[in-house]
Design a protein around this ligand. Structure first.
Ligand code: ZN
Length: 329
């Protein structure tokens, strides 16, 4: 019952895309100018990745089932399903389809994908990267020789993948492809792709550049930061030196100012002393007349007492003061 239901939904889904090209799509890789486009349904894409990741010891594979729609002179290879290549003989580096494989595959297509055909094949290269070996090309030429039959190679370990198609009778790598789903369904395989095609060679053109770029940027940032720290350090050292010089200068200036102040202080002290002496002398000069007044009579008496002209010479000063005294009088 469940199988029947599944079959019905799958056929309904394929009917939906029977008449026209899928509208709900995302593009992976780079747009090429080939006259062929590859579309893979989101469900098939996820199924193939799940299948590939479960078998990484040996090569494994299967058939891509779908149809080809021609529009505006362009061939559109639309993959709607995947049938595992059971009974195939896989080694870590080769994959051989047996008679049983083909029998099983045709029976499965007849059961699940009515009206559809094999549009190509998928096989894995566990940790070998994406390419077509001579043996792969032999298989392509002998079993998938139709001009619209493609090859899909997936490396589940390196997380890379790539499509190949016939261009001018040569099997060439396809530069980009579409993932589609029913209208209104979110194509979240893009998240998976970001992770996986992160290493894919198609979108992977970005990847080999992105990682070194990020590392380069990181190193550049570290270098800039180191330079900044060094220059900051040297600035700090310079500032410290300047600070020391300023402190020294300030100390010297202070000492000079102190000396100057001391000098001024001493000068003022000296001036004060002088002033004091001046006032003293003034006072004394002022008191002198009083004394002279009082002494004058005494002094005046002395000359009177001595009255000798011999005594007038040593007491000349006295005489002058005394001579002033009468003037004051
Ligand atoms: Zn191969």
């Amino acid at each position: 019952m469940a199988k029947k239901k599944k079959k019905n939904t799958k056929s309904n889904q394929s009917d939906e895309f029977l008449k026209a090209l899928p509208q709900n799509i995302i593009f992976i890789g780079e747009k090429g100018d080939e006259d062929k486009s590859i579309y893979i349904s989101q469900a098939t894409y996820k199924e193939i990745h799940k299948f590939s990741e479960n078998k990484t010891e040996i090569e494994c594979g299967g058939m891509l089932v779908g149809r080809v729609i021609e529009e505006f002179g362009k061939k559109n290879i639309i993959i709607h399903g995947f049938v595992e290549a059971k009974y195939s003989e896989g080694t870590p580096t080769t994959l051989k389809f047996t008679h049983e494989t083909w029998e099983y595959v045709h029976a499965e297509i007849a059961k699940k994908y009515e009206g559809m055909k094999i549009v190509g094949w998928i096989h894995t290269h566990p940790n070998f990267g994406i390419f077509l070996s001579e043996y792969d090309k032999f298989i392509q030429t002998n079993f998938f020789s139709d001009e619209n039959q493609i090859a899909f190679v997936v490396d589940p370990i390196q997380k890379t993948e790539g499509f190949y198609f016939w261009i001018n009778e040569k099997i060439e790598r396809c530069s980009g492809y579409y993932i589609f789903d029913r209208t209104g369904t979110k194509i979240d395989a893009a998240d998976l792709l970001l992770k996986e095609n992160g290493a894919s060679e198609e979108t992977g053109h970005k990847v080999p550049f992105v990682y070194p770029l990020a590392i380069g940027l990181l190193f550049a940032c570290i270098a800039v930061l180191t330079c900044f720290c060094l220059s900051l350090n040297s600035k700090i050292v310079t500032l410290q030196k300047q600070q020391t010089a300023l402190t020294d200068y300030a100390d010297t200036a202070l000492a000079t100012m102190q000396q100057q102040l001391q000098a001024v202080f001493y000068q003022m002290q000296a001036q004060n002393r002088n002033a004091a002496v001046g006032t003293q002398t003034e006072e004394s000069s002022e008191t002198d007349p009083v004394e002279e007044e009082s002494t004058e009579p005494v002094q005046s008496t002395e000359p009177v007492q001595t009255t000798g002209p011999a005594a007038s010479e040593p007491n000349g000063s006295v005489e002058t003061t005394s001579s002033n005294a009468p003037a004051n009088e």
